[in-house]
Design a protein around this ligand. Structure first.
Ligand code: ZN
Length: 290
């Protein structure tokens, strides 16, 4: 996938220290360095880089966000380029949330009613005064351990150990809690720990494919907008928004097409130069409406 970076942002990236600077810590820093080394010039001062994966794009978004957060330290062209990039490529996403907490006593306790304070499934324990209890009642934890098979497991271990108590087998109890969580939850919401690893992998790959498709679409749009803004800069037009730039660019493309393709309008105007339009198009507004 080729990605077009607006000129001023490209210049800014080229000056950034991606080897030992603050951005060097980003997981895509090395990839961006390579991409910039392999870049080619696009229209105007734009830079076209080969970008594999979304990490490089996110890092560029991080640079663009930094420019927008510190506008006063940057030129108008840099701010405009950064805004254009964010508009088209999106923000640097927040880091992925941590994997779901594995099921355990604490987060499964409310899946059973509390025999002590009598709150039902899903409700937190309460004090006698009806206020939130500071801790889950121990009898509720016992009820949970019974439901999850932890109590039975301990009894079996104790029997096997000749009737002597033994230390808690945390790994075995975690598995029992996970299995219990899977039994009480619909399969789609089963905790990640008990899901088939391959299924997780496939889901992650599908999400990644989708994200890359979306990024590719976004950059098709961005490439056009970048060209438009570069064009506006070249002709020194004063455009306030990307949309203005695109409109100007589209108008120019139509004008070029009409000038070269001999459209009906061009032919018609050519045949009848004086019928409607003045001889000097530069002054047409003045001569036509004076
Ligand atoms: Zn309770």
């Amino acid at each position: 996938m080729d990605v077009t970076i607006p000129g001023a942002l490209a210049d800014h990236l080229s000056r950034a220290n991606l080897t030992t600077g603050p951005a060097a810590k980003h997981r895509a820093a090395a990839d961006l360095r390579i991409a910039l080394n392999n870049a080619r010039r696009g229209r105007g001062r734009t830079l076209v880089i080969p970008a594999h994966g979304t990490g490089v794009l996110h890092l560029i978004s991080a640079f663009a966000e930094a420019i927008l957060e510190n506008r006063k330290l940057h030129t108008t062209a840099e701010v405009r380029a950064a805004r254009l990039w964010i508009q088209r490529a999106g923000h640097n996403p927040e880091p992925a949330p941590q994997a779901a907490e594995p099921p355990h006593r604490g987060n499964l306790a409310d899946t059973v009613a509390c025999p002590a304070c009598h709150v039902g499934v899903g409700a937190p324990c309460i004090t006698r005064a009806g206020k939130p209890a500071r801790e889950i009642h121990s009898r509720r934890v016992e009820a949970l351990e019974n439901a999850a098979g932890v109590t039975q497991h301990r009894a079996e271990q104790k029997r096997a150990n000749g009737g002597l108590a033994y230390g808690i087998n945390h790994a075995a109890e975690s598995e029992l809690f996970a299995a219990y969580a899977a039994r009480i939850n619909p399969p789609a919401q089963a905790p990640a720990v008990i899901r088939d690893k391959q299924e997780q992998q496939r889901a992650a790959e599908t999400r990644l494919d989708l994200a890359e498709e979306q990024a590719a679409d976004a950059f098709d749009a961005a490439a056009h907008a970048v060209e438009a803004v570069e064009y506006a800069e070249q002709v020194e037009a004063s455009v306030a928004t990307v949309e203005d730039a695109e409109a100007l660019y589209a108008a120019q493309l139509i004008t070029e097409a009409e000038a070269t393709d001999g459209t009906w309008r061009g032919e018609w105007i050519g045949e009848q130069p004086d019928a409607l339009f003045p001889a000097h198009p530069d002054r047409e507004q003045g001569s036509l409406f004076a």
